[in-house]
Design a protein around this ligand. Sequence first.
Ligand code: GRF
Length: 206
Amino acid sequence: MMTTRAIRIAVLVSGGGSNLQALIDNSRDKPYEIALVAADRDCYALERAQKAGIPTVLTSAQTGMKRSEARDYISTALLERVHEYRVDALVLAGFLTIMTGPIIQEFSQRIINIHPALLPKFGGPGMWGHHVHEAVLAAGEVESGCTVHLVDAGCDTGPILLQRKVPVMPGDSAESLAERILKEEHTAIVEGVVLLAGRLALTTGV
Ligand code: GRF
């Protein structure tokens, strides 16, 4: 009888890690297990992982590296780590390095990202954190939200898996809008990983 096993995910982080915490808190009876948390800088997300007993790795750019060198360096180091931890899929949860090269090819269709806006609008280079919400407010949008999408070689491009919407309220600041969206992200990130697990449906010969 063929059964499917939980997918082993590496969660890639650069910041506070509230999306990582949502994945940790909701992992019971779900088709995923967090095999590794990898950061490109020291960040509170690493503490969250350590408190949960999840292996962590920190690979930050070496001083003096150009941005493109840093991207290559981090991407190469991450590929080695994900092999070491037998990772099936990558989950970018506030990860600020645009990965390049072999890791993108090898994990094609097996990397998801969460973005705090309704892509394809308000995405792309420079569109992260408060920059996104400021752009949404400046554009006079009446709604925003978050998007979970498959990662391709671009930035915030790739097929959309799901979106969750919130209203933009009169008088919203970037902070108040971000807070409203972040609550939805914590549901979206778990739903997105479950969808990814279904797409991969890793069978184990039994
Ligand atoms: C989230 O807003 C996510 O959409 C964006 O970066 C932020 C990460 O927040 N990619 P956290 O580190 O998960 O709290």
